[in-house]
Structures are given as C-alpha cells and as structure tokens.
Design a protein around this ligand. Structure first.
Ligand SMILES: [Zn+2]
Length: 410
C-alpha cells in the first residue's frame, strides 16, 4: 500500500520521474494510471491520475465497476452472437478484468491477496452469469424454433399415386384365375399370324363370307399373296398351334388338352362406342376322347356361376362359327336387374357373355387330332365386354383412351 508515500507518479513521456515511486506505471483499462497526493485528478491527455486513494482500494472499486457493467450489459443480451461478443469483451484475454490480473505485480504483498480474492470472485461471478445466460439463450432459441417450425398435422398431405393393373388386365386375370381353378392351363400365342393359321386352319376358306365379320390388318409382304401376314383377329389360331405342339409330343396318341388362350386381338373396324380396333379375348379349348356337348354346357355353366355368383342362371342359344359345330352363344341372367329387365340388358333379362361350340372336325384334323377318335369344345369371351356390362360402361373407347379419370376407378 502507498500509505504515507505521498508520491507523484508520472509517465516517462512527460519527462519527469520520481525515484520514490514504488513501481512503474501500470496499464488498467487501456490507460496509464498514476497516483499522487494532490487533491485533484489531473488528466494529462491519455493518462489519468487517481488521487488520494490507495492503489489497492482503487483496484477493488475498479473490479466492482467491471462486474457491475458486465452484468448489466449481459442482462440485455438475447442471442448467441451477442453473447459471444460479450464473452470476448468481458472475460476474454484483453478484457478489463484480465488486465487487473495482469497488474498484480504492481500490488504490495498485503494488497495482493485481497485484490486477488476479489478479482477471482468477480471472474467466477461473471463466468457463472455467462453460463446461466448461455443456457437461457439456448432455451429461448429452442422455444422459438419449436414455436416457429411447429408441424401442422392438420395440413392435408400430398397424395401418393399408386399404379395398378389396367382394368382389362384385371378382368383378364379374374377370368384366368377361374379357368385355372377348373384345370385350364394358360397358353399364350403370337399376335402376328398368317392367313393360314388365323383363317384357313380354322375352317375359313379363302373368300369364305365369314371373313367379312373379321376385317383385318394385313402386312404387305411380297410373294405371300396366298398366305398373307396379319394381326390376329381372334385368339383361335392359338388352338391350332397348341394342338400341333401337343400332338407333336406323341403323334399316334396325342395327349388331351385343356387350355386358356388370352390376349390382344385386332380388327379393322370403324372405332365407335361399341367397337374398337383392339380388344382382349380369352378362349378356352378342351380336346380329348369322349368329350360331349354336355361337358361344354357343364363347364360353361360352372364358369358363369364362379364368375357371376352361384345363383347365376345361364342359357344357350344356337349360333354359328366356322370353327365349331354345333355352335352356341351363352347368356347369363342380367346381374344388374336380376332378370327383370333393365337398360343394360335392353329389357331382355339376359346378357350375352360368350360364344362356344364343339370343335369342328376339320379344325381337330388341322391340329393333328383324329376327329374320329377325339372331340372337344371351345369358347371365347371378351374381358372388356364383361367389364362394360358389369360397370355400365357405355363406351369401349375408354379402355384405350389413356384417360386416368377412367382408369383410376378400377
Ligand atoms: Zn337387366
């Protein structure tokens, strides 16, 4: 302590210096501090002279000031960046507080523990206040983000569009599933056919009037005038291919056949609400020894019940197809009105669902099966037509129009 020292402390730069000053001037808060015993503080430019006060006491006051100012500015802080700046300014290496620590060398032995203890207390107080504030700022930021980024579960989500099978394929698979239960294997045949397979082998002679029912897409190919290439007009050429394939395995005793032939068919038609140039067919073929029309009736009646319900009534009407003899068309009792008569069944109470017949002997012969020994039946139906009946679709063009509004209803 400078008790009774009555010293005058002056800066070197002012040119005068007294030997009795106990130590060189120290820097506090960026300014030179001097002590003298004069009654007033004299400010020499950058320097200030603290008068009439012991240096240790002054340091204690200074620490109090530092603490008060630091805590005050800390209380106003609300965000992390301001907090970081505060940390540098108040507990950083060149902060006023740290400069007090740096000035300990200037204190006397008696002063050092007192000022040191106080400086440590202020340092701890500032650090704990900083810790507390830091936590508060973090909590506030969290609360703010929770508030601002709140998840609004009442917002409708974005709809996920899930693809699915085309309605024709759905119906095709329904039909095939039923036929599979009844022991029919699926046989897929080519869509590009020859006139021979599509017509001649199925008992359509060239210039046969029945060809008129199936105007076709022919492919231009030189030298094939007697057997042009065309898009198949029905799935029936698959009958010949399947029979020949099976007969080839054992020409003397061809095995029995029970197959379903699904697929796309093409006809040169005017596109209207009732006719399209492409459509699916599913055809059934059973060939074996001793197969009769009773088997045909029983099989198709069973099929209709599996398809339209156990109470479905069916009726057979005589018809004509070149590749079957005798031939029939099968009606199922209208499932819309239950047979009473409605728009869908045109008040007849019946809906036509398929054509069928006993395989013509010429067709069996062409397939490699001896018609004297083997008989068989065949039937064909259109999945799109079944869907139209079932769902009251009045225009077949919807099926290939690629209109999602139509397709997504299935
Ligand atoms: Zn009806």
């Amino acid at each position: 302590m400078f008790v009774g020292a009555k010293c005058i402390a002056l800066c070197d730069e002012f040119g005068w210096y007294r030997e009795n000053f106990p130590s060189r001037p120290m820097i506090v808060d960026g300014r030179f501090l001097f002590l003298d015993n004069r009654p007033q503080t004299v400010d020499h430019g950058q320097s200030s002279i603290v008068n009439g006060q012991e240096f240790g006491g002054y340091m204690l006051d200074k620490l109090n000031e530092i603490e008060k100012a630091a805590l005050e500015s800390l209380s106003a802080i609300a965000d992390q960046s301001a907090l970081d700046a505060w940390r540098v300014a108040n507990v950083g290496r060149s902060s006023p507080l740290m400069q007090v620590f740096a000035g300990f060398g200037k204190l006397s032995k008696e002063e050092r523990p007192v000022v040191g203890a106080e400086a440590n207390r202020v340092k701890a107080a500032l650090e704990s206040a900083l810790e507390e504030k830091s936590q508060a700022v973090k909590n506030a930021a969290l609360a703010k983000s929770l508030e601002e980024e709140k998840l609004d579960v009442t917002l409708p989500g974005r709809e996920v569009h899930v693809g699915r099978l085309h309605p024709s394929n759905q119906q095709l698979r329904r039909v095939l599933a039923i036929l599979a239960e009844m022991g029919f294997q699926v046989y897929t045949s080519r869509e590009v056919e020859t006139d021979e397979m599509n017509f001649q082998m199925l008992n359509f002679a060239p210039h046969h009037p029945a060809r008129e029912m199936q105007d076709s897409f022919y492919v231009e190919a030189e030298g094939r005038e007697d057997n042009p290439i065309l898009m198949r007009t029905h799935t029936s050429p698959g009958q010949i291919r399947a029979m020949r394939e099976a007969a080839a395995t054992n020409p003397q005793n061809p095995p029995p056949i029970r197959i379903a032939l699904p697929g796309m068919c093409y006809r040169y038609e005017q596109i209207t609400a009732r006719s399209e140039i492409q459509f699916n067919q599913v055809e059934g073929l059973a060939v074996g020894e001793g197969i009769t029309f009773a088997d045909l009736k029983g099989t198709l009646t069973d099929f209709a019940r599996r398809m339209f319900g156990q109470d479905a009534r069916v009726r057979f009407r005589a018809s004509y197809f070149p590749f079957t003899e005798p031939s029939a068309e099968v009606d199922v009792e209208c499932f819309v009105c239950g047979g009473k008569g409605c728009q869908v069944c045109k008040n007849s109470g019946w809906l036509e669902i398929l054509g069928c017949g006993m395989v013509h002997p010429n067709v069996l012969q062409n397939g490699g099966y001896d018609p004297k020994r083997y008989t068989g039946f065949a039937f064909g139906m259109g999945p799109e037509r079944q869907l139209m009946l079932r769902n009251k679709i009045n225009d077949i063009r919807y099926f290939w129009g690629n209109d999602v509004r139509f397709l997504e209803q299935f």
